[in-house]
Write a protein that binds this ligand. Structure first.
Ligand SMILES: C[S@@+](CC[C@H](N)C(=O)[O-])C[C@H]1O[C@@H](n2cnc3c(N)ncnc32)[C@H](O)[C@@H]1O
Length: 387
């Protein structure tokens, strides 16, 4: 696909969900436009349409043909296919999992398209890089004359107090090349090649020493900056719950936001973790504080299950942090969907339409991605090499 220098890059967004890729593309400040988005889930498409004024093509990506794809004349494809075939919690059926079929199918079509894309960006979970789907993807890309650079990166490396390591594949068709061709055909665990970090000391979560992990975490902002519900006082023993568990008045802000976002999410009480859950699952909970500089990945099951689905926030500071103090007295609450969106670096003007339930909001956000991480990767992918 040739492009006139002033012409915007024409981009297709596959598995568009709530538009994390589109937000990243916008934030990257590139002369690029999404010419079509594709997702099978109508709830995700409602949210996408609400924010972008365009409803993605609602159908199975597997049924797209080479002719369909050719008609878009796209220069770049952004893809975040389902991750269940590769997650540790899943059965790890990889390419044999029906949820992997559409992705391989669309990659195979690159061969049959008369105007194939010249850039590709793939996002997935850690674990994808050792799958047979990954091996097949690299084979297809190599056969089609693409050069690739791969990354496993987390928001912690970009100053966001959020651990969400993810796999990314950036690929360009020759004669295009990366600005740092030294890293061609490598899997990198640090953002070194991205210009964003060119003059910074680079730390990576993969570097397993406790000292380097601590250093990485210390480089992040406190979680408090990402909260919509702030505790009125950070003093031990105080918080925004009074003794009866009723909410203090300080949260008019959320009440107003809640009205905008719908009845379903307005009540503050629903964010507090019930005592019976604390009794049963307390030892498995990841508890963080407003001044913590790291929290755990929010999955699509956050709020439905507490174990391994994301952190809980202590709103009453105990004398001693952690599980040494009774969890029942720490006013544990879930992060609100807006707060999860903040940790995913979604812009302030991102909203859910009223009819999307609380559980659906968490599920859609859990499936989405970190804009803080994807933005510099897209800038790097689209940067033209000076060679
Ligand atoms: C990992 S999520 C991607 C989320 C997206 N990047 C975002 O920012 O919200 C995968 C998405 O792919 C959609 N999907 C899965 N299989 C599909 C298929 N065969 N055809 C179309 N969409 C599909 C799901 O509905 C889901 O929204």
């Amino acid at each position: 696909m040739e492009k006139h220098p002033q012409e915007p890059w024409r981009v297709l967004e596959f598995y568009s969900g709530i538009g994390g890729m589109r937000y990243s593309l916008t934030r990257a400040g590139l002369n690029a436009k999404i010419v079509e988005a594709f997702d099978i889930n109508d709830t995700a498409n409602d949210v996408y349409e609400f924010n972008f004024g365009h409803r993605p093509y609602q159908g199975n990506i597997q049924s797209l043909t080479a002719t369909d794809l050719d008609s878009f004349g796209a220069h770049a494809w952004l893809l975040s296919p389902p991750c269940q075939p590769y997650t540790r919690q899943g059965l790890q059926k990889q390419s044999n999992d029906p949820r992997a079929f559409s992705f391989l199918n669309i990659l195979e079509l690159i061969r049959d398209i008369s105007r194939p894309p010249i850039m590709l960006f793939v996002e997935n979970v850690v674990g994808f890089e050792t799958s047979d789907t990954h091996s097949r993807m690299l084979e297809i890309l190599e056969e089609a004359d693409f050069v690739t650079q791969e990354f496993i990166l987390t928001p912690l490396q970009f100053g966001v107090p959020y651990s969400r390591p993810r796999y990314f594949c950036l690929s360009k068709r020759k004669p295009l090349s990366f600005q740092n061709p030294l890293f061609d055909n490598q899997l990198l665990y640090s953002p070194t090649p991205l210009s964003w970090h060119a003059d910074k000391e680079v730390l990576c979560e993969h570097d397993q020493t406790q000292e380097s992990l601590d250093k990485l975490i210390r480089s992040c902002e406190p979680i408090e900056r990402f909260l919509e519900l702030k505790s009125p006082s950070q003093q031990p023993g105080s918080g925004f719950l009074d003794a009866t568990g009723a909410l203090a008045d300080d949260f008019g802000a959320l009440e107003q936001d809640g009205k905008r976002d719908g009845d379903d999410v307005r009540s503050l009480k629903q964010y507090f973790v019930p005592l019976n859950l604390i009794e049963r699952w307390g030892s498995a909970m990841d508890i963080v504080y407003p001044d913590s500089q790291r929290c755990c990945c929010f999955t699509k099951s956050y709020y439905r299950y507490v174990k391994g689905t994301g952190s809980l926030l202590a709103t009453v500071l105990p004398e001693k942090k952690g599980k040494a103090s009774s969890l029942k007295n720490q006013g544990l609450r879930y992060f609100t969907p807006r707060e999860v969106a903040n940790l995913h670096s979604f812009p302030e003007d991102f909203h859910f339409p009223q009819h999307i339930s609380l559980r659906q909001r968490y599920a859609l956000l859990g499936n989405s991605l970190s804009i803080a991480v994807v933005t510099p990767l897209l800038q790097y992918l689209f940067a033209e090499s000076s060679r």
